[in-house]
Design a protein around this ligand. Structure first.
Ligand code: C5P
Length: 327
C-alpha cells in the first residue's frame, strides 16, 4: 500500500546538482559473464554540473498528462530521451518504488555536462535526481542507501553522488575515497562532433585485444600507486605523467579524427592529453589556470573541437541547491 507523502514544510520542488566525472586512471579488465568489464579506476569529479529539479504535480492524474513529464534543456538537450528511459526518470521511479510512495513527479534537467561525451552526464542526472527526490519526499534515506540504489542505475552513478576523488573497482560502482588526493587540476575539455556509445567502445576494446592475441598486444594501464602518490602532493606534472585510459585506443579506432585533437593539445603545451573515459571528449591537463586558458585558446583556434571548455577538480558530489539556474 503506498504511503502518504510527507514533504518538508512547503517544499513543492527540490533542485540538486551533480558533477561530471573524469577517469584519471581507467584500467579495463576482461569481459565478464554479465556483459560488464572489471575496472580499476581513479575517478575525479570536475566542475561541470547537471541540474535536476524534481517537482510534485498536483491533482489525481485524471485528464492531466503532466506526470512523468521530463523536460531537458541546455547544450545537446535534443539528444537526451524525455521518456521514462531517461536516467533521471529511472532514478525517480526507482526511489519512489523502493519507498512505496505514490506521488506524481515531474523532472526538469539543465545540462552542463557534454552529452555522450564520456563524462557521465546521464549518471550525474541520476545522482542529482536521487538526492532531489529523497529531499522532496522527506525520505531521509542517507548516503549508503542512496549509493546502493545508484549502483543499480549505472556504474558511474555512485561516484557522481559522492564526488571528490575515489578509487573505483568492480564495474566502477565500488568506491573507496582517496582523501589525500587533494592536488587541484586545471583541465581543458575539448568536445567532439557526435558521440561515442559506451558499450560500443568497450566492445571495440575487446575486439582490438583479441586481434592483439595475434601479435599486436595493447598495453594495459596497470597499477594506480604512482598516480595516487602524485595526487597527494602538489605536482601537476607528476600527476600528468601517470594518467592512463585503456579505452583510448578503442575510442581512437572508432573516431580517428580524435588524434588531431590530441595533437593540437600537445602542440599547445598541455602536460598531458587523453580521451575522457569512452570518449569522444578529449582532456588536456595543465600546470595551472593560466596555461589552461592558453591551451583552450589555441585548441579552439585550430578548429579541431566542436567546443572547448575549462574545468577544474576535485569538486563535491551531488547536493541540493537553493537557487537553481533558471532557463
Ligand atoms: O553501467 P553503465 O550503464 O554506465 O554501462 C553502460 C555500458 O558500458 C554497459 O552496458 C557495458 O556495455 C559497458 N560497461 C562495461 N564495463 C563496465 C562499465 C560499463 O562493459 N565496468
Amino acid at each position: 500500500m503506498p504511503r502518504d507523502v510527507s514533504t518538508p514544510a512547503g517544499a513543492r520542488a527540490v533542485t540538486a546538482v551533480a558533477p561530471a566525472k573524469i577517469n584519471l586512471h581507467l584500467g579495463v579488465g576482461d569481459l565478464r559473464a554479465d556483459g560488464f568489464h572489471d575496472l580499476l579506476t581513479v575517478y575525479r569529479a570536475v566542475d561541470l554540473w547537471e541540474q535536476v529539479t524534481v517537482a510534485l504535480v498536483d491533482g489525481d492524474g485524471a485528464g492531466d498528462d503532466s506526470d512523468g513529464e521530463v523536460i531537458v534543456s541546455g547544450p545537446g538537450a535534443y539528444q537526451v530521451p524525455t521518456d521514462r528511459s531517461n536516467l533521471a526518470a529511472r532514478a525517480v521511479d526507482l526511489l519512489r518504488g523502493e519507498a512505496g510512495v505514490d506521488a506524481r513527479l515531474s523532472i526538469r534537467i539543465v545540462k552542463g555536462v557534454p552529452v555522450a561525451g564520456g563524462m557521465a552526464g546521464g549518471s550525474a542526472d541520476a545522482a542529482a535526481a536521487l538526492v532531489a527526490t529523497d529531499r522532496l519526499l522527506g525520505l531521509g534515506l542517507g548516503r549508503a542507501a542512496l549509493e546502493s540504489l545508484a549502483a543499480r542505475l549505472g556504474s558511474d552513478v555512485p561516484f557522481c553522488l559522492r564526488g571528490g576523488t575515489a578509487l573505483g573497482t568492480g564495474r566502477g560502482e565500488k568506491l573507496a575515497p582517496l582523501l589525500h588526493a587533494r592536488a587541484e587540476q586545471h583541465i581543458v575539455v575539448a568536445l567532439a562532433d557526435g558521440g561515442l556509445t559506451t558499450p560500443v567502445v568497450f566492445a571495440e576494446l575487446d575486439r582490438l585485444r583479441a586481434e592483439g592475441g595475434t601479435g599486436r598486444e595493447l598495453p594495459r594501464a596497470g597499477s594506480v600507486d604512482a598516480l595516487v602518490e602524485a595526487l597527494a602532493g602538489d605536482d601537476p606534472a607528476g600527476v600528468a605523467g601517470n594518467l592512463a585510459n585503456d579505452l583510448e585506443p578503442a575510442a581512437l579506432s572508432l573516431m580517428p579524427a580524435l588524434r588531431k585533437t590530441l595533437r593540437a593539445g600537445a602542440e599547445a603545451g598541455a602536460l598531458h592529453g587523453m580521451v575522457s573515459g569512452s570518449g569522444p571528449t578529449c582532456l588536456f591537463f595543465c600546470a595551472h589556470r593560466e596555461q589552461a586558458i592558453a591551451v583552450a585558446t589555441e585548441v579552439s583556434e585550430t578548429g579541431v573541437a566542436r567546443e572547448v571548455r575549462l574545468t577544474r577538480g576535485p569538486v563535491a558530489g551531488a547536493h541540493v541547491i537553493d537557487n537553481p539556474q533558471q532557463t
